[in-house]
Design a protein around this ligand. Sequence first.
Ligand code: SAM
Length: 288
Amino acid sequence: MENKRLYTPSRVKELLNAHGFSFTKALGQNFLIDGNVVRSIVQGAGITKEDRVLEIGPGIGTLTEELALTGKSVLAVELDEKLRPILQESLRPYDNVDIIYGDALKLDLKEEWEKRYGKDPVHVVANLPYYVTTPILGALFDLDLPLESLTVMVQKEVAKRMAASPGTKDYGALSLFIAFHSEASLVAKVPNTVFIPRPKVDSAVVYMKVKESPLNISKEKFSLIVKAAFSKRRKTLLNAFSSYGFPLDKNDVREILRKSGIEETRRAETLSLEDFLVLTINFPDDLI
Ligand code: SAM
């Protein structure tokens, strides 16, 4: 019944009051109270009855409930122990939900997943705690599991950077990190009015379809080249790389750029993922 669903503001308030719950701002606790947004996240993720979902930060279980109704199963990881009694009550009707209490950045999520679901593909769906958005994305991409997609709600400004194309003002190290692992797109913009408490900024949902990591390319070396290139965003690549502190002089850098087919007067923000991959191959390995 619509009025019993967890996303209705009255149900959220009822649960929070009944358990005397107080929000912990430092944990990024902004809970969804809008059914349309909850449904659009799950639809944007393309979840079907075949799919098993990993959710980070279920809160009181609003998104978890929709995932349980749409997907095959949900494994959710929640740091705040105070939510345990609420989740026990709110998700009681769903026998395909499993909740682990702990820090998503510290738990061995590979082990937790495999002991339940073996090698079944992973679809991450989450309204992420904003204070740890990038570390959590980094940890998820590093999981040695068959990760198929990630659909996350993040701050709008971060979402724009995640899905940005070369040549735009939002394009930078985060866009390239995401592009290294996936094809990303913005699924929905979400106003701050659909949460309690209301965050200061608006949010957006990003869908990432995971792709094979580029073969034989070290992610660490790729990240270092990207960081060096964007260290002087307004300067030419020749300048940025020559002054970054690599054990290379200007002529070495000139030669690497030439070999990579990239003009030395270009700026980092004009380079595609493929350009950065070629540079990663052509820079020497002993850069630090
Ligand atoms: N999914 C719920 C919703 O949409 O209403 C809550 C989302 S709220 C933005 C983020 C949730 O992540 C909170 O419940 C918070 O306690 C939890 N959280 C914060 N840091 C975490 C961490 N390191 N590991 C796991 N959960 C975390």
